[in-house]
Design a protein around this ligand. Structure first.
Ligand code: PHE
Ligand code: ZN
Length: 877
C-alpha cells in the first residue's frame, strides 16, 4: 500500500481560474528519441477571480521533463519557481505576461496513451480529459479557453503528413532540411481539444457544401494499407454534417475537417477541434472484414464526434463534473441521427437493452454515481455508462417533456446563449426551460441523484363508471454516499389496449387520447383514465420514456397480447423480453435448487406468431427472438448464480428451437439474400433475422442445420455472415467449432481488426477449458499487451464467459486480477476498466463472492495508479 492514498476533488470546491490564457503558441520538434515542446502562453489575471496575488500554478505530469522556464523572455533561475506534486508554481507574477517553457518528452515510452505517444509508425496525441499536462505545463482545465497556434517540425521522409487543429497557415523548410508546418485554430478552446498527428499517411479527400454554400474540405487519413476502408466513414460524415444542419441548425465552422485512424487508442474516438482522432476499429469498414454491427457503430461514432463540434467544442464544459453536458447531449444526438438513418424502433431497442444491462448494473454497484458526479479521484474513471447513456436518457426525457418544437427552441437558445463558453448542466436545463416555459426544477434531480428508480404500478378497473386507475409508486434505492432519495419527475408514456389488442382512447385530466404522458412527481400518485367500457391492458413506459425499472404484474396472456398487438413497437419487444425473463427466472431457480429444468413456454406461442408474420420488420423479429443475455440476467439476479443462468438460458434456447424447428429453417431460407453486400437497414435486417434463425435451428442438432453452418462459413461474401456462422458454431459447440476457429484465424491473420473479433470470440467461449484457452491467447502471436483493442478483446471477452471467469475455484478471478496488476502501471485507464466485472462481487453467490473479494483485496495491496485505486477501494468500501 502507498504511504498516502490519492484524494478526491469535489464539485462544491469549484472556483474560476485565477489566470486566463488568451493565446497558446506551441512548437513541437518531433523525433523518435526525444521530442522538444516549446510553449508560449499569453496570460493575464482573470478579472472574474477578483483582485488577487494568487501564485501561478500550472499542471504537469511526472513524465514531462522541464528544460527551462521564462517570464516575458527572462529565464527564471531555479529559485524563482518550484515543482511540487507535478505542479509548476511561480509565486510572483505580473498581471499580464508571456510565460514560456520548454519540455522534453519521450513519446516512444508513453504506454499510457495520454499526451503525445506513438502508434505504429506515427505520432499522435490524446488530451481529454487531463492528457495535455503530459505534453507541457498548462492550466489544464476546460474553462481555460485559448486560441492555439501550433508549429510542427519533423523529418520529411518519415513524417510527410503533419496535422493539428484549425487551418494550415504556413509550410517551409528548416536550416537542417526538416519540414516546418504551422496550424492556426481561430476558435478558442480548452487544452483537452488540442491534437497533433505526424506520419506517413494516405488520405482520402472529399468536399461538403454547407447550408450557407461554403465548401468544406474533408480528409480521412490512415496508414497506407487501410485507405481502401474509409469510404463508408466518409459518407457517414457527410450524412452527419447534413443532419446537424437540418435537425439542429448547426453548420460546420472551419474550412477543413480531418479524421485520422490510429491503432492504439484507449477509447473509441476523440472530437479534437477540426481533427478527430479515431480508434481504427471505429472508423475502418469493408464488407469482407466488417460486420453489420460494426458498420452501424462506425456511422454512429463518426456522427457522435462530428456532433461534438457544437455540443462540446463551441459550447464546452466548465469543469469535468459537467462531462454529461457534452456527452449525454451528444449521445442523444447520435442516437436520434442513427434512428433517422435506419429504424427508430430497432435503434431504441438496442440502446435500451444496452442501458438496462450495463448502466443499470453500474447504478446498482459500488461505482454508482450521479450523471453529474459530486466528486471523483480520477476523472478518467467517469467516462461511464451513467454519464453517457443515462445522461442521454435525461436529455431524451427533456425532449419528451417539451415536445419536438420547444426542444429545438431550447437547443437553439443553448447554443446561441453559450457559444464560446464553458458552461454547466444547469445552464443547459435553464436554456431548455427558458425557451419552453416548462418548469424543470424538480426534473433537475436526475442530474444529482444516483441509482435506478423502481416504479411499481398497480391498477383497478371500476366497471360502474368506466374508469381505470393506475397507482404508481417510485422508490430509488440507496447508493454510495446517498442513503436517502427524493422523488424524481418521471415521464411515463402509457397507452391502453382492449382484449383484442386494439388501441383504446381514454381521458386523463380532460385530454382524450390513445397515448398519454403521465407525470409521476410524488412518491405515490394515482392516475385516472375515464371513458372505458371494459378492463384494458396497459402498455406502460412506451418507448422506454424514463430510465427506470418498471414493476407491474402482467399475466402471460397480456404480455403475449402486447407482444403481438401494441402500437408501440418498443413495448412489443419489451413484452417479449418480460415473458422470456419470467420463464428464465423460473428455470434459474430450478437450476439453483438442483431440480430438473422444465417450463411450459408461452414464449413459443408468441415466437410462432412472429415467425409467420411477413408484415413485420425482420430486424425487430430478430431482436424479439434474442433471449435476454447472460449479462442482463445477471443484472436482474440477486444473488447471481452464473452456472444456473448459463444452464437456464441454454435450456430455453434448445427448447424453443425444438418446438419451432421448421419455422426457424423456413425463416432462415426466406431471409437468405443474395447479391452484393450493402450496409442498408433493409439488408442488415434480413441478415440479422436469418442468422438469429440459424442460431436456433442449429440447437436442434439437425444435420442439415449443422451442414448449413459450415456452408455459410465457407461461402459467405461478407463478414457478417461468416462471423455469424463462426459464432453459431462456437456457441452451439458444433463438432467443427475448433476447426473453423483455426481456419478463420488462418484466413484473416493479416487483418488486425478481424483478428480482434476472433480473439474476443475465442476468449468468451463457454467451456471447461475456457481459462486455459485465454491463457493461451495471451501467448499467441496475435496478442499484444500494448494494444488496448487486443486487451479488451481477450480480457473483456473473458469477463463475459460464465464458465471461464466464474470458475468455482476462483482461478478466473485470480487470472484477471493478475492482468490488472500487470497493466496498472503501463496503462492505468485500461487497467481500471478491466476491474468492472470484479466490482460485482457483492451480488455473487456466497462461495464465489468471497473469492472475488479476495482478489480485489490483493489488488489493493499493490502500489496502484489513481485510476485502479479509486475503483478497487470504492468496490471494497
Ligand atoms: N470524448 C470522447 C467521446 O466521447 C471520448 C474520449 C474520452 C476519448 C477520453 C478519449 C479520451 O467522444
Ligand atoms: Zn463524446
Amino acid at each position: 500500500m502507498k504511504e498516502s492514498q490519492p484524494s478526491a476533488i469535489f464539485l462544491k470546491d469549484y472556483k474560476v481560474p485565477p489566470f486566463l490564457i488568451d493565446k497558446t503558441e506551441l512548437t513541437f520538434d518531433l523525433d523518435e528519441a526525444t521530442t522538444i515542446v516549446t510553449s508560449r502562453l499569453h496570460m493575464r489575471r482573470n478579472p472574474a477571480f477578483g483582485k488577487s496575488t494568487a501564485p501561478l500554478v500550472l499542471d504537469g505530469g511526472e513524465d514531462v521533463k522541464l528544460i527551462g522556464v521564462a517570464m516575458d523572455d527572462y529565464s527564471l533561475p531555479p529559485e524563482e519557481y518550484r515543482i511540487s506534486e507535478g505542479k509548476l508554481i511561480i509565486t510572483a507574477t505580473a498581471d499580464k505576461f508571456v510565460f514560456t517553457c520548454e519540455t522534453l518528452l519521450e513519446p516512444q515510452n508513453n504506454t499510457r496513451l495520454e499526451g503525445l505517444y506513438r502508434s505504429s509508425s506515427m505520432f499522435c496525441t490524446q488530451c481529454e480529459a487531463e492528457g495535455f499536462r503530459h505534453i507541457t505545463y498548462y492550466l489544464d482545465r476546460p474553462d481555460v479557453m485559448s486560441v492555439f497556434t501550433t508549429t510542427i517540425i519533423a523529418d520529411q521522409s518519415r513524417y510527410p503528413v503533419l496535422l493539428s487543429n484549425g487551418n494550415e497557415v504556413e509550410r517551409s523548410k528548416t536550416d537542417d532540411g526538416k519540414t516546418l508546418v504551422v496550424w492556426h485554430d481561430p476558435f478558442p478552446k480548452p487544452a483537452y481539444l488540442f491534437a497533433l498527428v505526424a506520419g506517413d499517411l494516405a488520405v482520402k479527400n472529399d468536399v461538403f457544401t454547407t447550408q450557407s454554400k461554403r465548401d468544406v474540405k474533408l480528409q480521412i487519413f490512415t496508414e497506407t494499407h487501410n485507405i481502401d476502408k474509409v469510404d463508408y466513414a466518409m459518407e457517414a460524415l457527410k450524412r452527419s454534417m447534413r443532419w446537424d444542419e437540418e435537425a439542429y441548425g448547426r453548420e460546420y465552422d472551419l474550412d477543413i475537417f480531418m479524421i485520422v485512424a490510429v491503432d492504439d487508442f484507449n477509447m473509441g474516438a476523440m472530437e479534437n477541434k477540426g481533427l478527430n482522432i479515431f480508434n481504427s476499429s471505429c472508423l475502418l469498414a469493408s464488407p469482407e472484414t466488417t460486420t453489420d454491427d460494426s458498420y452501424l457503430r462506425v456511422e454512429a461514432i463518426v456522427a457522435h464526434e462530428y456532433f461534438h463540434n457544437w455540443s462540446g467544442n463551441r459550447v464546452t464544459c466548465r469543469d469535468w463534473f459537467q462531462l454529461s453536458l457534452k456527452e449525454g447531449f451528444t449521445v442523444f444526438r447520435d442516437q436520434t441521427f442513427s434512428a433517422d438513418m435506419h429504424s427508430e424502433t430497432v435503434k431504441r431497442v438496442e440502446d435500451v437493452s444496452f442501458l438496462k444491462t450495463a448502466q443499470f448494473a453500474e447504478d446498482a454497484g459500488p461505482m454508482a454515481h450521479p450523471v453529474r458526479p459530486a466528486s471523483f479521484i480520477e476523472i478518467s474513471n467517469f467516462y461511464t455508462l451513467t454519464v453517457y447513456e443515462k445522461g442521454a436518457e435525461i436529455v431524451r426525457m427533456i425532449h419528451t417533456l417539451l415536445g419536438k418544437e420547444k426542444f429545438r427552441a431550447g437547443s437553439d437558445l443553448y447554443f446561441n446563449r453559450h457559444d464560446g463558453q464553458a458552461v454547466t448542466c444547469d445552464d443547459f436545463v435553464a436554456a431548455m426551460q427558458d425557451a419552453s416555459g416548462v418548469d424543470l426544477t424538480q426534473f433537475k434531480r436526475w442530474y444529482s441523484q444516483a441509482g435506478t428508480p423502481i416504479v411499481t404500478v398497480t391498477d383497478r378497473f371500476d366497471a360502474e363508471n368506466g374508469t381505470y386507475r393506475l397507482t404508481m409508486k417510485q422508490d430509488t434505492p440507496a447508493t454510495p454516499g446517498q442513503p436517502t432519495k427524493l422523488p424524481l419527475h418521471i415521464p411515463i408514456r402509457v397507452g391502453l389496449l382492449d382484449e383484442l389488442g386494439n388501441a383504446l382512447s381514454a381521458t386523463v385530466d380532460n385530454v382524450n387520447s390513445e397515448d398519454h404522458v403521465l407525470h409521476l412527481i410524488s412518491n405515490e400518485q394515482v392516475f385516472e383514465f375515464a371513458g372505458l367500457t371494459a378492463r384494458p391492458v396497459p402498455s406502460l413506459l412506451r418507448g422506454f420514456s424514463a430510465p427506470v425499472k418498471l414493476r407491474y404484474d402482467y399475466a402471460p396472456a397480456n404480455l403475449l397480447l402486447l407482444m403481438s398487438a401494441d402500437s408501440d413497437g418498443f413495448n412489443r419487444w419489451s413484452a417479449a423480453q418480460q415473458l422470456a425473463v419470467n420463464e428464465l427466472n423460473t428455470l434459474i431457480k430450478q437450476s439453483i435448487d438442483g431440480e430438473t429444468l422444465s417450463v411450459n413456454s408461452q414464449l413459443a406461442h408468441g415466437f410462432k406468431t412472429l415467425l409467420s408474420d411477413a408484415s413485420l420488420d425482420p430486424a425487430m423479429v430478430a431482436l424479439v427472438l434474442a433471449l435476454p443475455s447472460q449479462a442482463y440476467l445477471s443484472e436482474l439476479a440477486n444473488p447471481i448464480y452464473p452456472a444456473a443462468i448459463k444452464q437456464a438460458r441454454q435450456y430455453l434456447k434448445a427448447q424453443l428451437a425444438n418446438t419451432l424447428a421448421e419455422d426457424f429453417e423456413r425463416v432462415y431460407r426466406e431471409h437468405s439474400i443474395s447479391g452484393e453486400y450493402q450496409a442498408t437497414a433493409e439488408d442488415i435486417a434480413h441478415r440479422s433475422l436469418k442468422n438469429m434463425a440459424l442460431s436456433y435451428w442449429v440447437e436442434t442438432k439437425d444435420e442439415t442445420a449443422h451442414r448449413i453452418v459450415l456452408e455459410q462459413f465457407q461461402s459467405a461474401n461478407n463478414m457478417t455472415d461468416q462471423f455469424s456462422a463462426l459464432s453459431i458454431a462456437v456457441n452451439s459447440q458444433h463438432e467443427k467449432a475448433a476447426e473453423l476457429l483455426a481456419a478463420f484465424y488462418e484466413q484473416w491473420k493479416d487483418e488486425p481488426l478481424v483478428v480482434n473479433k476472433w480473439l474476443m470470440l475465442t476468449a468468451s467461449q463457454e467451456h471447461d477449458a475456457a481459462l486455459a484457452t485465454v491463457k493461451g491467447l495471451m501467448e499467441h502471436p496475435a496478442f499484444d499487451l500494448k494494444n488496448p483493442n487486443k486487451v479488451r478483446s481477450v480480457l473483456g471477452g473473458f469477463g463475459q464467459s460464465m464458465s471461464g471467469f466464474h470458475k468455482e475455484d476462483g482461478s478466473g478471478y485470480r487470472f484477471l486480477a493478475d492482468q490488472i496488476i500487470l497493466l496498472n502501471k503501463r496503462n492505468p485507464q485500461i487497467a481500471s476498466r478491466l476491474c468492472t466485472p470484479l466490482t460485482r462481487w457483492k451480488k455473487l453467490q456466497p462461495e464465489l463472492s468471497v473469492k472475488m473479494k479476495a482478489e480485489l483485496e490483493r489488488i489493493l495491496s499493490e502500489e496502484l495508479s489513481k485510476d485502479v485505486y479509486e475503483v478497487v477501494s470504492k468496490s471494497l468500501a
